[in-house]
Design a protein around this ligand. Structure first.
Ligand SMILES: [Zn+2]
Length: 432
């Protein structure tokens, strides 16, 4: 399959994208009702022909992680011999849930990533190091690998190697692009500099980052992004994905939000009641991946909070963008009627050099407020400064407790990501 970015819908006028999207969504609902046992039952009363406006589509019931975890066999929409790849997602309870892909699904995944890499200026033959895991049933590594191969980049599956090997390969192959998790790229850069390898002067010109937000809520680079830019002397691009979506949202060279690829995914942001909110208003990201064969989904609630940007990007693309992930919906903090997004706290804490590690512990105060304590591995003399900076960002006094790296590590269970928040809250019912 040749890669033809000029056929993407991204540069079409918005009204044309909207018309194509509505047709695609109607066909998609019709398709899932034919092939997916889950949707045959869940959407029994829905007639795809009745979807004549986007508002009609926005009345269709959501799908969530819980549905997939409980009924994943009913989501599978193809026969077993068509499945060529199985990955897992963490599921709603932390138990891995299998997701199956056909060969067309893998090509679709490759096309998605090829479009993203193309949009940040990666070209045929450019040497690229992938520094994320390609095994352990993760989807991200194979998506990048296949996307870069489709684009024609010189793709190197370096992965996570001992420091001396990373240094050798960087020196020997002179990659222009690194793909990795931001905190890993920060650690790698600092350790290489200690070995007298000057990362800021090396061949790397672009970092494609996955898994952690790199912007503040007002779309400025956060401390992690600024550190990476200086450390590597490179442009830093943020990419968001969730395993179930088989699609990603990657920044273009304008760095003004992650672009969706409209022929591959329809994007909505909804409030607590499931109602679509206007551009710029934070809410839950709901995605309908288009063209998936193995596990097709409709209106999938990701559990991640962000906001939508619909205006034309300065790069000329008319595809919908999303802002940084402000936190998991389940981790939103309430204090006396005020909502605090986890990203606001983590951006402050990540920017303070004296903190070696930290964890935010959430407990119940009462039905209207959470009790938040922030445990930091930092010198006791820095506690006041940390509390001050949190107060400036949120107007709230948070207790900051001095701890150590080992104790903070013990708060974390088995997690793919380096957990910043532990949530010990239980659902409390407000007295009537
Ligand atoms: Zn753009």
């Amino acid at each position: 399959m040749a890669f033809k970015p000029e056929f993407s819908w991204e540069f079409l006028p918005s009204d044309e994208i909207a018309a194509k999207t509505l047709r695609a969504l109607r066909n998609h609902v019709s398709h899932v009702k034919e092939v997916s046992p889950f949707y045959q039952e869940a959407y029994a009363a829905i007639e795809p022909g009745d979807i004549t406006t986007i508002e009609d589509f926005q009345r269709i019931p959501f799908t969530n992680k819980e549905h997939i975890a409980r009924h994943y066999q009913h989501f599978q929409a193809v026969s077993a011999e068509k499945i060529v790849e199985t990955v897992v997602t963490s599921g709603s309870t932390g138990v891995p849930v299998p997701l199956t892909l056909t060969s067309n699904d893998l090509e679709r995944l490759a096309y998605n990533e090829a479009l993203s890499f193309h949009s940040i200026g990666v070209k045929q033959g450019d040497p690229v190091h992938i520094l994320v895991s390609l095994d352990r049933l993760f989807i991200a590594g194979i998506a990048y690998y296949r996307g870069l191969s489709l684009l024609g980049a010189n793709t190197m599956r370096v992965g996570v190697l001992p420091l001396e090997m990373q240094k050798y390969y960087l020196d020997f192959f002179k990659p222009q692009v690194l793909v990795g998790v931001p905190t890993f790229l920060k650690k790698l850069g600092k350790e290489l500099n200690e070995l007298k390898f000057d990362t800021s002067a090396c061949s790397v010109k672009k970092l494609v980052c996955v898994g952690e937000s790199l912007k503040t809520a007002s779309m400025e680079p956060n401390a992690l992004a600024s550190t990476l830019e200086q450390l590597w002397g490179a442009d830093v691009y943020s990419s968001y994905t969730s395993t179930e979506l088989s699609a990603s949202y990657c920044e273009c060279q304008a760095h003004q939000g992650g672009h969706s690829h409209p022929e591959l995914v329809y994007t909505e942001i909804v409030d607590d009641k499931g109602v679509v909110v206007p551009d710029g208003t934070p809410g839950e990201l709901v995605a309908t991946p288009l063209g998936v064969e193995g596990i097709p989904l409709v209106r999938f609630k990701t559990g991640d909070i962000t906001f939508r940007i619909s205006e034309t990007c300065s790069c000329g693309r008319n595809s919908v963008r999303i802002g940084p992930i402000l936190g998991r919906k389940s981790q939103i903090i309430k204090i006396k009627g005020t909502t605090i997004f986890p990203l606001t706290l983590t951006n402050v804490l990540d920017a303070i050099d004296t903190i070696n590690d930290y964890i935010i512990v959430l407990e119940n105060e009462d039905a209207r407020s959470d009790r938040v304590s922030i445990h930091v591995a930092a010198p006791p003399s820095s506690v006041e400064q940390i509390a001050n900076q949190l107060r400036v960002a949120t107007r709230i006094n948070f207790p900051v407790l001095v701890s150590n790296v080992n104790t903070i590590q013990s708060f974390r269970g088995i997690s793919r990501k380096k957990t910043r928040i532990v949530d010990w809250r239980k659902n409390l019912v407000t007295a009537a």
